[in-house]
Design a binder for this molecule. Structure first.
Ligand code: ATP
Ligand code: ZN
Length: 303
């Protein structure tokens, strides 16, 4: 049995994850959720005391028009999930039930709604903030958390289809965004070390689709627009990206018309915590029973 499957099976057996019959779609047990809640509190404790981000929680579905405007389908069509519903008459309903009863595809007549599954916690933010008009002096800082969907079914417990991302997003001048990202690259490493995990910082790229996407990924890497904190989850050799630090330059600023207080196009950056991946790294490293975790780790999380 490979390591990924064995960790997944052990998590199922311990009740930390609950099998739904679909790879990457799991229920979570109480102890697993407690670790995530505790880790989120630790994120808050490691954030700069004077930063005072605006807290916003969007649901895991976003406005389809905002999704279209973001350009997500140009870069990651393979990962997106759309919400479709039945919009027919009674006859259509009868046909649908018959299709279902015969084991045929009943989803073909489902129609797209105005909702798309959120692919990253920060996507609904940019059009929302742009609608407010130019940012105030010093730009903006936001605290987000959302379930996110990515169509990448896998037996690797660290690659889920629905998972939570906690994010801080900075909108402002290039200097403000770069300083924010550099600060969180430091803080993120200290935070992970505080819970007894090994970390490694590396440059990274997003999984852009297709041949042109390969070039975009290379360019993202060369320009150091994305860094990740890698932590062992299912393998010591092939570590998993658990935090990412992204500088989007003026991409979202141009796309949505985000402006700084002096009317310039705003730059944006975000730090994203993969909450399930971090919880999995903790269980993989310290064991499936949280009561037995090393004292310093317990102290950091439960105080
Ligand atoms: P990967 O390269 O592993 O696919 P990514 O670069 O696409 O990840 P981001 O878009 O930077 O990931 O997402 C922010 C964070 O969300 C990641 O650092 C990771 O911790 C988490 N994450 C991304 N994809 C998944 C997934 N399929 N399951 C669980 N967590 C994920
Ligand atoms: Zn983001």
């Amino acid at each position: 049995m490979d390591m990924q499957t064995s960790l997944l099976d052990r998590l199922f057996a311990a009740g930390h994850l609950i099998d739904t019959g679909v790879d990457g779609l799991y229920g979570r047990g109480g102890a697993f959720e407690d670790v995530i809640a505790r880790f989120e509190a630790l994120i808050d404790a490691h954030a700069p005391a004077d930063a005072k981000p605006e807290v916003i929680r969007f649901p895991p579905g976003m406005n389809k028009a905002h999704f279209e405007g973001s350009g997500y389908m140009k870069s990651f069509p393979q990962l997106a999930g759309t919400v479709h519903s039945f919009c027919g008459c009674e006859l259509d309903h009868m046909n649908l039930l018959q299709c279902m009863a015969e084991g045929e595809d009943w989803t073909k007549e489902q129609k797209a709604t105005d909702v798309v599954l959120t692919p990253a916690a920060c996507y609904p933010l940019y059009p929302t903030i742009a609608r407010r008009g130019p940012l105030g002096e010093g730009g903006g800082l936001f605290d987000l958390q959302s379930y996110c969907f990515r169509h990448e079914p896998s037996k690797d417990p660290a690659r889920m289809q629905l998972f939570r991302m906690r994010e801080f997003v900075r909108i402002g001048t290039p200097d403000e965004v770069m300083a924010f990202r550099a600060d969180w690259m430091e803080r993120g490493q200290r935070l992970i070390e505080a819970v007894g995990l090994d970390v490694e910082l590396d440059t990274a790229n997003d999984p852009f689709f297709g041949r042109a996407g390969k070039m975009m990924g290379n360019s993202q890497r060369e320009q150091k627009l994305k860094f990740e904190l890698l932590i062992p989850v299912t393998s010591q050799a092939k570590k998993t990206a658990c935090l990412s630090f992204n500088y989007h330059q003026d991409h979202f600023g141009e796309t949505w018309g985000l402006q700084t207080s002096d009317g310039a196009v705003a730059h944006t950056g975000c730090v994203g915590f993969g909450l399930e991946r971090i919880a999995l790294a903790l269980f993989a490293r310290h064991g499936l029973e949280t009561a037995d975790w090393p004292a310093p780790v317990r102290a950091a999380l439960w105080g």
